[in-house]
Design a protein around this ligand. Structure first.
Ligand SMILES: [Zn+2]
Length: 245
């Protein structure tokens, strides 16, 4: 499936790419190495328990669809939405190469934003590796974790994780956790604020504990917290924390 792809590797990390994408292959590998080390520390990962992480940079939309469906086995609409530029599954991540953004996506390349995207996708790989049941993991939790740990929440960039929550907090228009859970868009917009609240309240080891122990997708039950009290405290924390966001 990857016959025409070249390989760049360092330790247990690999980038596959086609001719012309050497620059992005290098950039991706460097960022993977750096963030793999940081995330291993964050999640207190046993050394070498996560092996064979591979990023595949594809040169166009049709190749993206071929590999996401054929290699990852992920069921997506084809041709896929131009808003899609990365898809993780197990230890693989298919990226639309940044060299193809202008022609095959709704994005333009920005080095800092691209690097945060690489971290975002690697967070998904870590979560899947550590989770006892990734399929049951709620979307707000997975996307919140990825947006929070990648630092995407700090930046008003093309991926727009920050602004919706900032606007909502400013306008006093904050959805309930139930509403967030029920709406894909709200999961991306607000998930990171809940993850951040959990980390600030319980510490980072609790984030790792939830990832490792959340079996039925009930994050708040894994925290051992009363959901009503938890939501109340999160809501009160948001506008206060907002000043430091
Ligand atoms: Zn994601």
């Amino acid at each position: 499936m990857l016959d025409n792809y070249m390989t760049l590797a360092e330790g247990n990390l690999q980038v596959r790419y086609v001719e012309g994408d050497e620059r992005f292959a290098n950039e991706t590998l460097r960022k993977l190495m750096e963030s793999f080390a940081l995330l291993s520390e964050y999640f207190r990962l046993e050394e070498s328990s996560l092996q064979g992480v591979r990023a595949i940079l594809v040169p166009n939309r049709s190749e993206y669809d071929r590999l996401v469906v054929g290699l990852l086995g992920v069921d997506i609409e084809v041709p896929s939405n131009p808003g899609r530029v990365a898809q993780p599954q197990r230890t693989d991540i298919v990226f639309l190469s940044a060299s193809a953004y202008r022609q095959h996506s709704t994005y333009y390349y920005d080095a800092a934003e691209y690097r945060r995207l690489v971290v975002h996708e690697l967070v998904h790989v870590f979560e899947e590796h550590l989770s006892p049941d990734i399929e049951a993991s709620p979307r707000w939790w997975s996307e919140g974790l990825a947006a929070y740990l990648s630092g995407q929440w700090k930046h008003a960039d093309q991926f727009r994780f920050r602004q919706p929550a900032m606007d909502g907090i400013r306008l006093g228009s904050v959805p309930s956790i139930q509403e967030i859970q029920a709406d894909v868009g709200l999961c991306y917009d607000w998930g990171w604020t809940i993850v951040m609240f959990i980390e600030h309240t319980y510490g980072r080891d609790t984030i790792g504990k939830v990832v490792r122990e959340c079996r039925e997708g009930n994050v708040l039950a894994t925290l051992g917290d009363d959901p009503v009290a938890f939501e109340k405290r999160w809501r009160e924390w948001l506008p206060k924390e907002n000043r430091r966001f």
